[in-house]
Design a protein around this ligand. Sequence first.
Ligand code: ADP
Length: 483
Amino acid sequence: MKPKRYIALTQWIIAVAVLGAIVTAYHRWIHVNPTTVALTLVLYILLLAARMGLRYAVGVSLMAALCYNFYFLPPMGTLTISDPENWLALFAFLATSVVGSRLSQQARDEAELAQARHREVELLLSLSRELLQAEDVVQLLSSLPAILLRVSGTSSVIVYLLEGDRIYQAGLPGPSVENPAQLRQLALSLPDVETTPDGTVRIPLRAGVRPRGLLTLADLELSSESYRAIGGLASIALDRAHALENVARAEANRESERLRTLLLDSITHELRTPLTAIKGAASTLLTNDEVPSEARHELLSIVDEEADRLNRLVGQAVEMAQIEAREVHMNFGPADLGGILSEACGTCGSVLSEHPVTVTLPELPRVLCDPKMIVKVLCNLLENAAKYSAANSPIFVAAERKDTTVLVSVADRGIGIDPAEQDLIFDRLYRARNRTMQTGGTGMGLAISRAIVEAHGNTIAVTSQAGHGSVFTFGLPVAEENA
Ligand code: ADP
């Protein structure tokens, strides 16, 4: 037997049993006048109407009228009535209990309606709170069905979007899961909320008046206003997520534009210095035929060095811009750090020729990285270590595991970096004010290194003491943990 029927049957049995108990009690043990019996029965029927509903109250009224007539109205023990006044009494009893029951039922209905409305308002409130938390369309769409499922208590949710013919689903597969073509047809044609015979509710989603999609909910009993409100909320949340995304995109474009202009400005400024030197040397050589050969050689060396510097600067600026614009494709894969280190030492071997390099590499897991890019970072750190320390001073390379990261460090005993400048040296084109300036460089190497390490989801940092040396450390994700 279905649970609903079972409950109804139990309620009928209880209602009739209580009636039987009242009638028996008055008939057998408590002897009072018929009016008291009638009032007790009316009271019971009113209570019944308030607790169980009109159906039970009317049914029990009829039974109560029969019992009242049989047991309490003369002649007792028969269903006939001798005194016409008693007919009136019986009719009054029946009328009072039915009218009273109706009024009780009405009050009960209104209370239930108020409660249902209250529940619906609460549902809409928590739905709006949850839906308005999503920051972008992808996040919203992937969480929308689950939120609806959790907040509304429905057993199945399908969100269909016309844009891209996309379906998002949560809960049980609905009793009437339509295919995308059917959903599309419904989304385009459904004028308002519709409930199918199997209890599935279809709610059109709109952007203004334009159809946007369809929401279907199963096993949910709400008013049609609430369904419309749910559809409205979902549409508003989608609009909001779209708008937020547009704002974020515009913001990112603006920032990228700002960075590009900044880069261009600083590069233009940096290009001037070598260009001025080249122009000066070239003009002197052109206008003065009698430049002594020693001076001539010096001027040509200036042209050569500055042209190299220009070339490096332009190359690095382009590389930096590409990394920042994510135009550089990184080939991430598990790699052995030992191999990467020996490749880096090999690549910049000539620079390191004047420095003893000590590598301390314990047993380490493989790291997830683009080896070519990490070689570039290591080369830059090794070159800097060599460049900014005296000849023959040692360089130490080490690595250690810390949780899911492998930390790689390059240490030197060179000129060190002033604490105030330790953050700035990672900015593009920044060069420290100490003796650095006497050493060739562009100020782009560390900025590029930082961009590469950040693309690996990690950071690069320096600890340094002016005059005593520096330690540069960067992290790489452990391959197994981050596969
Ligand atoms: P570059 O070396 O071409 O100037 P980098 O971006 O590699 O550019 O470095 C930026 C600045 O940071 C350098 O100009 C230098 O002042 C400082 N620096 C980098 N590495 C070291 C180091 N190992 N010791 C001292 N200073 C360093």
